[in-house]
Write a protein that binds this ligand. Sequence first.
Ligand SMILES: [Zn+2]
Ligand SMILES: [Zn+2]
Length: 181
Amino acid sequence: MRCPQCHGHDLEPKQLENGLIAAGCQKCEGAMLSLINYRFWSENHQEITEEKVNVDVMEQADEQHEKAQVCPKCSRLMTKFRIDLSTAQQLDLCTHCDEAWLDKGEWRLLKQLELHGQLPKIFTDAWQRKLRIQRMQNVVKQRYIAMIGEDRFQQVDDFKQWLDQQPEKDEIKQYLITTYE
Ligand SMILES: [Zn+2]
Ligand SMILES: [Zn+2]
C-alpha cells in the first residue's frame, strides 16, 4: 500500500500506541489506521504511553492538506471530518474500507484533545452535527460581542446561563418579552 500523500512511498507497519498498529509513511509521518484494529485496541488496551504533550494545537494547522485524498487501498476519495472546534485539522476517512488517514501529529493531537479513545465517534453524523451547531453558535456569539462589547456580553451570557437552569425559564422569558418596550 502506497502513501496517499507521498506518491511512490510504501506504507510500513507503525506502532501508534502499545498494541495499536497502523500503516505508516516514513517520509510524511502520516499513517493509515484501520478502524477495525482501532476498535480492537480500544476495547483491550487503552493504556496510553504517557508523554508530555504541550504542542500548540494550531501550530500544526498549516500541514493540513485541503484537497480530498485518495484511499491507498481502494482508490476511492476519502471524506474529511472535522475533529473539534479548537483545531482546523481534519481527519480523512475511507468509508468504504473503514480506514482513517492520520497526518503527522494528528494522533498526538487526538491525545491532546482527549479524543484518542473515541475515534469512530468523530466520524458520526451526530458528532459532525454537534460541531456545526457549536460553530454557528460561535458566529452568533462573536456578532453580539462586536455589537455590545465583551463586558456586557459576559453579563448577558451569565444571565442566560442562570436562566437556562431555572425550572420556570419559559415564564421568565415570556415576562421579559411581554414587559419590554
Ligand atoms: Zn507519506
Ligand atoms: Zn478505501
